[in-house]
Design a protein. Sequence first.
Length: 202
Amino acid sequence: MKFLIAYNNDTSDEAGGHFAFCGEEMELAMEEHGFESVVLTPPSLTNELLLQSLPTCHICFMANHGDARSIAGNNGDIVSLDTNNTLFSGKLLYAVSCTCAKELKDSLLADGLRSFWGYDNKLSIWYGYPQYARSCMSGMKSLMDGKCIKEAREEMIAQYDHDIAELEEQYPNDSYLAAALLDNREALVVYGEDDLKLSDFE
């Protein structure tokens, strides 16, 4: 099984710091599990290099700015409604990116994508609070531990609930921290057959 890890590593703003942290977490997880991977970061975060890498990759992880129609790359979209997405057929995409579950998800599914994990609203990010990265990465980590999509989705929701409660307890005077993470949980969209596991994408 081979992973494609594509992420923005620009830490000059909060969102970029979050994407970089999540991408680096994925790289560490690859090493721990012994999975092979291709890593795309700027200036290699391009649709051209994505298309070159996809034929040999089964699982795709992306972390960058996005909207309803696209996920950003370096000087252009790495994937969008306007790119050739047929090479996503049969694969799983796990996206840490705003709003891409609105339109991009359905377009990728029409091209044969087998499982999609992402968000249908803007992601709230408060960099420096580990609950945000822990929650959004938990689904992929469950999948990598051998859980099926149904189990991984349930564990991800449970992680969100735990982290929301933790923020409420630790920062009772900063209720916006827990509320923003709750918004992220509510925006989560997971598509795929319940019993699928990562091993089914080999």
